[in-house]
Design a protein. Structure first.
Length: 183
């Protein structure tokens, strides 16, 4: 059991190092409560100075003029809140991807399987009050993109844009949409 004493209103740790060739603060370190915010700042500062190394290294490199109670537990707590360490130790690439659907990997003509969606509104120069929309049509196998301009998202304008697409690219076997209210 260590004995403690007060030195200038600070609680210091006694010991058996009185005749060692050390400074007074190294012989009798100041006792800090491990849960105190100042101790956490000291631990964080040492951790950053050591380029985010682990618990044992931070514990061995803490300044020798302080004796932190429950130091290992509090170093772990401070290191658990360190954002760069969380990012560096984050496991990556563990997710297993689902297999692609057959229509995406089997050879077919371009735009045989098509996905579609509307983009917009876009403001046109010819009329300040009118909006324009873009119908995006994507080939599922080649990821090619076909764009059709539409003046609005009504059913008639959508069917006209789809008719222009079919006349240029051919009739697709499957069409996938996100089932938005416009469709």
């Amino acid at each position: 059991m260590f004995r403690t004493f007060c030195d200038n209103d600070l609680i210091c740790l006694g010991g058996r190092l009185q005749i060692a060739d050390l400074s007074h603060t190294e012989k009798h370190p100041i006792i800090l409560d491990g849960y105190h915010y100042g101790a956490h700042l000291l631990i964080r500062h040492t951790h950053i100075q050591l380029h985010h190394l682990g618990v044992r290294v931070v514990l061995s490199h803490l300044p020798h003029e302080f004796w932190i109670l429950r130091a290992r537990r509090n170093i772990k707590k401070v290191l658990d809140t360190c954002l760069p360490c969380k990012i560096a130790n984050n496991p990556r690439g563990k997710e297993v991807e689902a297999p692609l659907p057959a229509e995406r990997v089997q050879p077919s003509t371009p735009f045989a399987v098509t996905g579609l969606d509307f983009s917009g509104p876009l403001y046109t120069k010819k009329d300040q009050s009118a909006n324009s929309y873009i119908l995006l049509l994507t080939c599922a196998t080649t990821r090619a993109l076909h764009l059709e301009l539409s003046s609005d998202v009504s059913v008639d304008k959508f069917l006209m844009a789809l008719d222009r697409f079919v006349s240029r690219r051919g009739l697709p076997h499957n069409i996938h949409s996100d089932n938005a209210a416009t469709f």
